[in-house]
Write a protein that binds this ligand. Structure first.
Ligand code: OSB
Ligand code: MG
Length: 369
């Protein structure tokens, strides 16, 4: 397709409750959305960069700038563009994978809407619903945590992930195990530990967790491999896996037995599928991560999670896990599952009224600007 115009839009969604991780506390979700328009189709992308560069080096205003200054001019100059070409066309620009992923997602959505194909079908999905896990933030107290976990279990979530950090780890996990027994349980440290904390991390081995996610820093592949030798709990990587190449390195180093795949972090849904394929071929389990996406990114993540290698429940919760109101029809979790969208493209579209209310800024870049 020949892209004629691109709309960049920031939206702000109120969170139902603050979401606290080892790197900060979010009260609102600020997202960057991109809409590409060609003469016979349009498509939506969502950029997972946060307002501040605390999870990774990318951040929302930076993503918007790199799109406007570098990524979109390349697409406009490229004439007829297919989604499968976007990664290669944007490769001369180093890094900025979250921005690139959003651009590719929008082109992919447009292409699939035009052909009437769902994203799940295009990526190779094999199921029509996927099990739904929930990520539970750090709380002020253990009783508060137990209330939150109890509520999610009552709603039907099939797997609980606890955010941890030094000072909020073994006691929190023990309390959840004692209250709720043998539930599928895992933890996510968002790089809050160092290899010298190995003794404390090994204390988690007593609780038969499914995995410990990203205990050490993004760059510390070798140190994750050292830690993995010391722990019986499987080490899972999130932040460290920025590409299929990084995944191949991590696997061959023995740095992880499990990978959290987030399309935004790795430069797009097509690279996400390559990591899935590589992991399956290597006997590494994968699951679909989340970045508190709106209904757009949430729908696309569920499509990705329908591929056969996603053998562990993902952070693919219902919209109401985070938002009282989403900007699309909400993703609904029922009986522990969310349905894989079947409509053309990502299978979700913004609702005009909600979108209008939630928009904080909007601009358009055209081929002829
Ligand atoms: O590390 O998985 C993470 C949310 C924002 C940034 C990083 C992470 C998260 C989550 C997933 O834990 C939350 C979700 O979208 O369900
Ligand atoms: Mg994580």
């Amino acid at each position: 397709m020949q892209i004629e115009a691109v709309e960049l839009r920031t939206v702000s969604l109120q969170l139902k409750s603050p979401f606290r991780t080892s790197f900060g506390t979010e009260h609102v979700k600020d997202a960057l959305l991109i809409r590409v328009a060609a003469d016979d189709c349009e498509g939506w992308g969502e950029c997972v960069a946060s307002a501040e560069p605390l999870y990774s080096s990318e951040y929302l205003a930076g993503a918007m700038d790199v799109m406007r200054s570098f990524l979109l001019p390349i697409l406009f100059a490229s004439g007829d563009v297919a989604a499968a070409d976007v990664g290669r066309l944007l490769a001369p620009v180093k890094g900025h994978r979250m921005a690139k992923a959003a651009v590719e997602m929008a082109v992919l959505d447009a292409e699939l809407r035009r052909s009437g194909t769902s994203l799940a079908r295009r990526l190779g999905g094999v199921v029509d619903r996927v099990p739904s896990g929930v990520s539970v933030g750090i709380m002020d107290s253990v009783p508060e945590l137990l209330d939150a976990v109890g509520d999610y279990l009552d709603q039907g979530y099939v797997r609980i992930k606890l955010k941890i950090q030094p000072g909020w780890d073994v006691d929190a996990v023990r309390a959840v195990r004692e209250r709720f027994g043998d539930i599928p349980l895992q933890v996510d440290a968002n790089a809050a530990y160092r290899l010298s904390d190995a003794r404390q991390l090994c204390r988690l081995d007593a609780f038969e967790l499914l995995l410990v996610e990203q205990p050490l820093a993004e760059e510390d592949l070798r140190q994750h491999a050292e830690l993995a030798k010391l722990m019986t709990t499987p080490v899972c990587l999130d932040e460290s896996i920025v590409s299929a190449s990084a995944a191949a390195d991590a696997i061959s180093l023995g740095a992880c037995r499990v990978i959290n795949i987030k399309a935004g972090r790795v430069g797009g849904y097509l690279e996400a599928v390559r990591i899935h394929d590589l992991a399956v071929a290597s006997g590494v389990a994968v699951w679909c991560g989340g970045m508190v996406e709106t209904g757009l990114g949430r729908a696309a993540n569920i499509a990705l999670a329908s591929l056969p290698g996603f053998t562990l429940p993902g952070d693919v919760s219902g919209s109401d896990r985070f938002f009282a109101e989403d900007l699309t029809e909400p993703v609904v979790m029922r009986g522990g599952y969310v349905d894989v969208p079947t409509g053309p493209g990502i299978g979700a579209t913004p609702l005009d009224a909600a979108m209008k209310r939630m928009t904080t800024a909007k601009s358009t870049v055209s081929r002829h600007d």
